[in-house]
Design a protein around this ligand. Sequence first.
Ligand code: ADP
Length: 151
Amino acid sequence: MRRAIFPGSFDPITLGHVDIINRALPLFDEIIIAIGINTDKNYMFTLEDRKKFIENNYKNEPKIKVTTYSGLTTDYCKQINADFILRGLRNPADFEFEKAIAQTNRKLTQIETVFLLTSANSSFISSSIVRDVYRNGGNISGLVPDSVIQK
Ligand code: ADP
């Protein structure tokens, strides 16, 4: 069973995340979208909302599960028997950041990180930009899936 985890804050899930998840679906038997709980971070959307947004978007996709976790991502992978970590790359900053984490994870475990390059039409989307637009009353409909808009 090829099980991957896609870890992130998903505050909120965006069309950039959706692009990566949809393109990864044929590569894995199961993708666990794992919302990391970091007590040092201030989130705009509650954990329940962030989870609901993702669940509602994938309610007809049996290969996707949504969970939450805290602590080391690699420990969580071992706990749920996931051999792969899925991440998206948008730009050189993402690459440098992700490289160090993936290499560290590889030093600690056998878990392989699989990177997908962002699609040309969603490379500019980030949760932080979505939060900024939303906070200032802008229209986020072209940036997030319908499950977020419905709220
Ligand atoms: P984190 O706080 O772990 O970066 P995010 O929710 O911001 O969590 O992102 C989770 C993953 O989704 C990361 O691998 C990030 O690079 C990827 N990602 C976010 N936005 C995009 C996008 N527009 N295109 C491709 N990958 C993206």
